[in-house]
Design a protein around this ligand. Structure first.
Ligand code: UDP
Ligand code: MG
Length: 324
C-alpha cells in the first residue's frame, strides 16, 4: 500500500496569486510525489470574499491526479481555524501545512518527507534569518512565547510543517478555542526535525499578520500556554510586602522604641507611605491567590489531553477502543 501524503493549505482572499501557487509551485511537487505516494490536497477556503474559490476550481491542480478536496468556511474564521479543519479532514499518513501565498517554499516538501521517512514525527521549517519580511513583529512574537513559558518554541519556526498521522490524531483531540497550531504541535512533544528555509515574497496582495496581529497572537499564546503572567503580580506583591514590612519594622524599632539613635528622623508621611505599600503588597498577593484558582479553572476548561502517547516508543501498547 502506498503511503498517503496530504497537503493542507489555508486560503483567505488569495485570488491574486492562488492559481500560480497551486499550479506552478504545488502541482510540480505533487507530480513528483505521485511517483511514490498517493497525494491528497485539502484546500481550506477560510471564508474568502473575493474570487478565490472560483479560481481554485479552474486550476490545473483541481483536475490533476491528486485527490483535491475543498473545505469552505461560512465566513472568515482565521488561519488557525483553517489549519485545524485541514488537519481534521486530511487523511494522509503525513500532513504538510503550507501557506497559499507562495511565501513557504514548496520545493522543501520532498526534504520534509525524507526526514519523516527517517522517523521524525514533526518536520518544521525554520526561517533563515538573513531574509525575513516581518522581522520585528515575529521576533517579538517568538521572544514573548519563549519568555512566557513555551520554551519549546524555536525562534523562526513556522507554520510550514509536516506532521505525522499520530501527531494529527493527537492534535485533533484538542478542544481549546484559543490556539496556535505551532505552539500546540510543539507542546505535543513528538520527535521534531528542522529545515532551514528562505521565505519567498508574497505572490500577490498583502499579509494579514502585521506587527499588531502577531503581538496579539503572542499574547493569546502565552496566556493559553503559561500561567506566568498570572503569578507575576503575586511575586511582585510578595516582594513589596516583605520589603515594606521590614522597613516599617525598622522604623518602628529605630525611631519609636529606641528613640532614633541613628538620627534618621523619619517623618509620619514616610511611615504612612511604607504602610500603604505594605497594604498594596497584600492586595497583590491576595489577587494572585485568586489568580491561581482561575488558573486551575483555565486548565480544566482548556480540557487538554492528559497525556499523549508516542506509539513508536511504547512497548506492547494495548490498543485502546478508540484506536484505528
Ligand atoms: N489565511 C487564512 N485566514 C486568515 C488569514 C490568512 O486562511 O484569516 C491564510 C492565507 O491565505 C495564507 C496564510 O493563511 O495562506 C498566511 O496568511 P498571511 O500570508 O496573511 O500571513 P503571514 O504570511 O503574514 O504570516
Ligand atoms: Mg504570508
Amino acid at each position: 500500500m502506498r503511503k498517503v501524503v496530504s497537503i493542507v493549505v489555508p486560503i483567505y482572499n488569495e485570488a491574486g496569486g492562488i492559481s500560480r501557487f497551486l499550479d506552478e509551485k504545488l502541482l510540480p511537487e505533487l507530480n513528483n510525489l505521485n511517483k511514490t505516494y498517493t497525494t491528497e490536497v485539502v484546500l481550506v477556503n477560510d471564508g474568502s470574499s473575493d474570487k478565490t474559490i472560483e479560481i481554485i476550481k479552474e486550476t490545473a491542480l483541481n483536475k490533476s491526479r491528486a485527490d483535491v478536496r475543498i473545505i469552505s468556511f461560512s465566513h472568515n474564521f482565521g488561519k488557525e481555524a483553517a489549519l485545524t479543519a485541514g488537519i481534521k479532514y486530511a487523511v494522509g499518513d503525513a500532513i504538510v501545512l503550507i501557506d497559499a501565498d507562495g511565501q513557504h517554499p514548496a520545493e522543501v516538501i520532498p526534504q520534509m518527507i525524507e526526514k519523516w521517512e527517517k522517523g521524525a514525527k514533526v518536520v518544521t521549517a525554520v526561517r533563515d534569518h538573513s531574509k525575513t519580511n516581518h522581522k520585528i513583529g515575529s521576533s517579538i512574537f517568538y521572544k514573548t512565547m519563549r519568555i512566557f513559558g513555551n520554551k519549546s518554541v524555536k525562534e523562526g519556526a513556522m507554520d510550514f510543517r509536516l506532521i505525522d498521522r499520530e501527531v494529527a490524531d493527537a492534535y485533533n483531540i484538542f478542544t481549546e478555542h484559543n490556539r496556535i497550531a505551532r505552539g500546540l504541535i510543539d507542546w505535543l512533544g513528538f520527535p521534531q526535525e528542522y529545515i532551514k528555509v528562505k521565505l519567498h515574497g508574497r505572490m500577490s496582495g498583502k499579509g494579514t499578520y502585521n506587527f499588531g496581529k502577531l503581538f496579539a497572537l503572542a499574547i493569546d499564546s502565552f496566556v493559553s500556554m503559561s500561567r506566568t503572567p498570572l503569578v507575576f503580580f503575586g511575586y511582585l506583591g510578595g516582594f513589596i510586602t516583605i520589603f515594606s514590612g521590614i522597613l516599617g519594622l525598622f522604623i518602628l524599632i529605630e525611631q519609636y522604641i529606641m528613640g532614633d539613635p541613628l538620627n534618621l528622623d523619619w517623618s509620619g508621611a514616610v511611615a504612612m507611605c511604607i504602610f500603604i505599600s505594605f497594604l498594596i503588597g497584600i492586595v497583590l498577593i491576595s489577587q494572585a491567590i485568586t489568580a491561581l484558582y482561575i488558573s486551575q479553572i483555565h486548565t480544566e476548561v482548556k480540557n487538554r489531553p492528559l497525556f499523549v502517547i508516542d506509539k513508536e516508543k511504547s512497548v506492547k501498547l494495548e490498543k485502546g477502543k478508540n484506536d484505528k
